[in-house]
Design a binder for this molecule. Structure first.
Ligand code: ATP
Ligand code: ATP
Ligand code: MG
Ligand code: MG
Length: 536
């Protein structure tokens, strides 16, 4: 990032490193999957294809990020456990959280057809995620036991519910019949009324799935005499087991014992105080402008591998803009977005009630950083994967793109405008440099020579170089390249992309309505509606 007088806004970003020796878990959960599963006609209570798709995405995550040594999932959720010595992204919670949820989401979108060949994705599935930091191995053990308990009890309940519905009961009647019903009674109900022995139902439904690696010997090459040279490699396996935190099961897995430790005791009872500690989350300062900035992960490589035009691939930028428009349509609390290259900043209105529905599960009136950031990053990532073909009909996605994200609170309109100015100054400086660099390279210089040529040059010198050597007037290049793109909602709620100088305060005078505060009830009513993909 380039230097400018707006640089000071960086000081509002906060560190969220999870200190050693805490064990780190990232848990993600389908956003609004009740509706997603209905629209995509999942079999009830358990759609095997959907569960296999979740398992396949989780396996891809485990393969992509070697620091993840154990994962456990059921229904629309998955928990990923990092090895105790992990230094993944310096243990910064928002980075870990967003990269995992972003990668998982874009794999989900790209693999959808493999598992549902007959069904189109009607709209982008997305996930919200959070980090759980476990102070000790025992806390991790309790956490995992808690999740597997939830799997057991949710599945038993859903199985009863759907059997009652199939037998002709209405939703209300089925709910009433199951109210205050204990586990044994539910088992009994299934057996007596429907002849189902719950214990005989598929393990994956009742016990969830866990993925961990085992070490296997693989042939890596052959020596000069043709003898195989073998090395130990870690391969992920999907396993279903009655009790994932049983000492007997866990302590037999060498990789788990090595990377996390062995369990000392069996879990007798899950204590409420432990569960409360899992529910702790960082909240964002109220009455501030919240900005969620997302940025493509290793897009230098991604753009190379996918043959982006240099320095600016217009189609890649249009794809980013389309995803940003979809984000504004999906999340009504976002009033403005500014994007350049592989990054986008989304501005939430000051009195945002974003995700109140989820937040209120734990506490009211709190806005949780992880909920907001993960939902936006996840939605953006699925959208990017789904829309890829529209923008690059001749190119296949070689691997799932991912984005990281962070939330920063800015206390005043002025500082928010400085933040956006900072991003646009960065766009200008980088674009001018890249334009010169690529013109030099395309004219026959090596990358090192081009770099040397530009070292220490000021803005004016770059203008002159372009005009003198290449006959190019920088200011006549496409405005989207020079100034980036902004997205906002017009009066009639239409979401549009435009390009302008947003550094000048006159921009904010002209568009004064964008940051105007809305009465709180209006913004709450607008919260989280799903957008159809074809609508963008
Ligand atoms: P939130 O956004 O708060 O997570 P949600 O609608 O996703 O809300 P959850 O409590 O996470 O609600 O429950 C997920 C729901 O998705 C389940 O109740 C179930 O109806 C549905 N679902 C998820 N996976 C499957 C599956 N494999 N087969 C059938 N239904 C599923
Ligand atoms: P990180 O994971 O740290 O973000 P990165 O490789 O994504 O690393 P950035 O500083 O984010 O690095 O820069 C993004 C890079 O992606 C640019 O330098 C450029 O090479 C490439 N890129 C992104 N969008 C485009 C585009 N529309 N046209 C051409 N290249 C692009
Ligand atoms: Mg869910
Ligand atoms: Mg990047």
């Amino acid at each position: 990032m380039a230097n400018s007088k707006y640089e000071y806004v960086k000081s509002y970003e906060f560190e969220d490193e999870i200190m050693q020796p805490n064990l780190i878990v990232v848990r993600l959960d389908g956003r609004n999957f009740e509706r997603f599963s209905e629209i995509h006609e999942f079999e009830k209570p358990n759609d095997v294809r959907a569960l296999n798709l979740m398992n396949s995405c989780a396996t891809a995550v485990v393969e992509e990020y070697p620091d993840i040594v154990f994962s456990y999932g059921f229904d629309d959720e998955y928990s990923f456990v990092f090895k105790k010595t992990s230094n993944f992204y310096q243990r910064r919670a928002s980075k870990m959280l967003t990269l995992i949820v972003s990668f998982f989401s874009s794999v989900y979108a790209t693999k959808w057809k493999e598992f549902f060949p007959q069904k189109e994705l009607e709209y982008p599935p997305s996930f919200h995620a959070r980090v759980i930091s476990c102070a000790t191995l025992e806390v991790l053990q309790v956490y995992l036991a808690w999740r597997q308990n939830a799997c057991h009890s949710d599945n038993l309940c859903r199985t009863c519910f759907w059997m009652l519905i199939r037998s002709g009961k209405t939703i209300e009647e089925a709910k009433e019949a199951l109210k205050d019903c204990q586990k044994e009674e539910k088992n009994e109900l299934l057996f007596q009324r429907f002849g189902i022995n719950y214990k005989k139902l598929p393990e994956m439904f009742r016990q969830g799935s866990c993925i961990f690696k085992t070490e296997v010997e693989v042939v890596v090459k052959y020596d000069e005499h043709g003898n195989p040279i073998k090395r130990l490699r870690r391969k992920p396996n999907i396993v279903h087991t009655q009790n994932i935190v049983a000492k007997k099961f866990w302590n037999e897995q060498l990789v788990l014992v090595k990377e996390l430790g062995g369990f000392e005791d069996e879990i007798a009872k899950i204590k409420t105080e432990y569960v409360k500690s899992f529910l702790f989350e960082n909240k964002l300062l109220p009455s501030t402008y919240i900005v969620i900035r997302i940025d493509g992960c290793h897009f230098h490589r991604f753009s190379d591998i996918h043959g982006f035009e240099k320095p600016n691939d217009a189609q890649a930028l249009n794809l980013m803009n389309t995803c940003a428009v979809a984000v504004l349509k999906e999340f009504h609390d976002i009033v403005f977005a500014y994007g350049v290259s592989d990054e986008y900043s989304f501005v939430l209105r000051k009195n945002s009630q974003f995700n109140q529905r989820q937040a209120s599960v734990y506490k009211t009136d709190n806005i949780f950083s992880s909920q907001i950031v993960s939902a936006i990053v996840s939605f953006f990532s699925t959208m990017y994967a789904m829309k890829w073909k529209e923008f690059f009909p001749q190119k296949n996605l070689k691997y799932p793109p991912s984005f990281d994200g962070r939330a920063v609170c800015y206390p005043s309109e002025e500082i928010l405008q400085d933040y956006l100015a900072w991003r646009q100054v960065d766009c200008h400086i980088n674009n001018q440099y890249n334009t010169c660099f690529w013109m030099l390279v395309k004219s026959g210089k090596t990358k090192a020579e081009a770099q040397q040529c530009l070292k220490g040059t000021q803005t004016q010198e770059k203008y002159e170089l372009l005009s003198r050597q290449f006959g190019t007037d920088y200011s006549s290049l496409p405005v989207m390249f020079r100034q980036g793109s902004f997205v906002y909602r017009m009066k009639l709620q239409e979401v549009v992309v435009d390009h302008s100088n947003i550094i000048e305060r006159s921009f904010w005078k002209e568009y004064s309505s964008i940051l105007e505060e809305m009465p709180a009830h209006t913004s709450a009513a607008n919260e989280c509606t799903q957008t159809s993909v074809s609508a963008s």
